[in-house]
Design a protein. Structure first.
Length: 209
């Protein structure tokens, strides 16, 4: 079953509080999303494999540890996921970046992927899927479906805020995918918005509201 890892570091909680505030403008909102994503990436990558290496310092030889060369990939869900990319890349600049675009079919109300561009060796990579909000879970499930269709079997989902309904949807559809969140909110309202949430993350990121 999926693990749900809540990253409740004081800095994350503080920045998330400012992010929620309706008075927070686009510039600050965008900066905060990136900063929170970077702080979360620290925990998301905590279990990366290491190997020992000898390093010559100015005074002696030190036995150190470095990453063992595990390949990573970052896949934001368009468009709001783009706001998290730079923060994550600050910590893992060698990761390859893919993109997935989704829209909701007006008849079936189910997400359809209209764009999917992934690293060519995606099946060899640990993929980190980024989306600020996990509401109903439909988009996350569709994105993970698309990534798995391309051969990848190691996937982690990272969201700033999640609703219990969305967590359950993803866990039921993809029990092998761990979910990292900064906060689990109360519920979804009748319009599918997370309550109390922070509104539409895409609109607030790009100033389109």
């Amino acid at each position: 079953m999926s693990r749900v890892i809540v990253i409740d570091h004081p800095l994350v909680m503080h920045k998330l509080s400012i992010l929620r505030d309706k008075k927070t403008g686009t510039k600050v909102f965008r900066e905060l999303v990136s900063e929170i994503a970077m702080l979360m990436a620290y925990e998301v990558t905590r279990d990366l494999p290491m190997e020992e290496r000898l390093v010559e310092t100015p005074v002696a030889v030190a036995k150190t540890k470095v990453l063992s060369g595990k390949k990573l990939g970052i896949v934001p869900i368009l468009r709001a996921g783009l706001g998290m990319v730079d923060g994550v890349m600050n910590l893992i600049p060698a990761a390859k970046i893919g993109h997935i675009g989704l829209y909701r079919d007006p008849e079936t109300l189910k997400p359809v992927d209209y764009y999917c561009k992934l690293p060519p060796d995606v099946e060899e990579r640990d993929i980190i899927v980024l989306d600020p909000m996990l509401a109903t879970g439909g988009s996350a499930v569709a994105a993970i479906d698309a990534i798995k269709r391309n051969g990848c079997r190691s996937i982690r989902l990272v969201n700033l805020i999640a609703a219990p309904e969305g967590i359950k949807t993803v866990a039921d559809a993809h029990p092998d995918v761990d979910i990292y969140v900064a906060c689990v909110d109360d519920e979804l309202n009748e319009h599918g918005y997370i309550m109390p949430g922070l509104g539409d993350a895409g609109d607030r990121l790009f100033g389109t509201k």
